[in-house]
Design a protein around this ligand. Structure first.
Ligand SMILES: [Zn+2]
Length: 323
């Protein structure tokens, strides 16, 4: 997982690098133009003396001033033409809003936020098969269309898929609901959450995804050493926090309170969270605390994934294919 701070740092690095390349190229062309056209230097000298005369002639009447101004614009036009002939063009910025400085009106420009989101997507894809977990390759055929004791898996999962795709379409980091995905392993919880994460990142939001084990480990390092500074802030401030596989980590006093603080802080600030777990609500209460299970019950929309372990089904398919 990469922190929000890191994505912005990288985004600024990318921006500065691109701007430096543009400036370097411009300066190179400019000095080549000056070497090839001695007239450019002459113009510059004359511009300087016209400028000085303008200051002095301010008192000697409007006519003199006008003459000097005319001369000044003629020189500027001649210079522009000579530079154009030498292939020197004004720098065209990628972002006209901030002239590629990354700041506008004292705030970070939207172009940097967009770049940061791109960095996030790239980093996430390194850590996990983001590209392979999309909505369009979520295969409903792995879910039986027959009614079982928990209901009809295909129908249930079609509904959950719809919830997830609409979640991305209508996402609002201050209004979207928090989701709790429950059910045994291998039923597509991670697949669907990753599809949500990459969908949001593509839209320019900043989601943070991690397994419970990984997230708590980062928080612990932040607390007890100087590593991962900003981890807690990133997890509480990001547009969407995904805590995957809650219950698979080793439960400690630290992880219990970290989980509560994360969930509670995000609820209080109106920010959505998605929690995936193989545990039942009763098991969550036993393993963590009643405070946590009551926050989940009260503030999350819960969806129970049903069906048969897809990883097992795929493994069987692979064996069959070899036979
Ligand atoms: Zn900009």
């Amino acid at each position: 997982m990469i922190t929000r701070q890191e994505t912005f740092k990288k985004a600024f690095e990318l921006k500065n690098k691109a701007l430096k390349e543009k400036k370097d190229k411009y300066n190179m062309l400019l000095s080549a133009a000056y070497s090839a056209n001695p007239r450019l230097r002459e113009i510059e000298n004359e511009q300087a003396s016209v400028g000085a005369s303008l200051v002095l002639s301010a008192l000697s009447g409007a006519e003199a001033v006008n003459e000097l101004k005319k001369r000044s614009s003629a020189l500027a036009a001649e210079k522009k033409l000579l530079l154009e002939k030498s292939g020197v063009r004004d720098i065209v910025f990628d972002c006209p809003l901030c002239s590629d400085t990354g700041y506008t009106g004292g705030k970070i420009c939207g172009c940097v936020k967009k770049l940061a989101a791109g960095v996030m997507v790239e980093e996430l894809s390194k850590e996990m098969p983001l590209a392979s977990s999309r909505f369009d390759n979520f295969n409903l055929n792995y879910y039986s269309d027959r009614d079982g004791k928990n209901g009809n898996p295909r129908r249930r999962m079609t509904a959950v898929l719809k919830v997830c795709t609409e979640y991305v379409i209508n996402f609002d980091p201050r209004k979207s609901r928090s989701l709790l995905f429950m059910g045994s392993a291998g039923l597509g919880k991670t697949h669907l959450t990753l599809a949500v994460v990459s969908g949001l990142a593509e839209k320019g939001f900043v989601p943070v995804y991690g397994s419970a084990e990984n997230l708590f480990m980062r928080l612990e390092k932040e607390k007890f050493s100087s590593e991962n500074s900003g981890a807690y802030e990133t997890m509480t401030d990001c547009d969407l926090l995904v805590i995957d596989d809650l219950g698979a980590e080793m439960t400690t006093q630290f992880s219990k309170s970290a989980l509560y603080n994360l969930i509670n802080t995000r609820i209080l600030s109106g920010r959505p969270t998605i929690v995936n777990t193989n545990l039942s609500m009763k098991e969550i209460e036993t393993r963590y605390t009643a405070r946590i299970s009551s926050r989940l019950i009260g503030n999350f929309d819960a969806y129970k994934f049903i069906g048969e372990d897809i990883r097992q089904q795929k493994a069987i398919e692979r064996v069959k294919a070899k036979e």
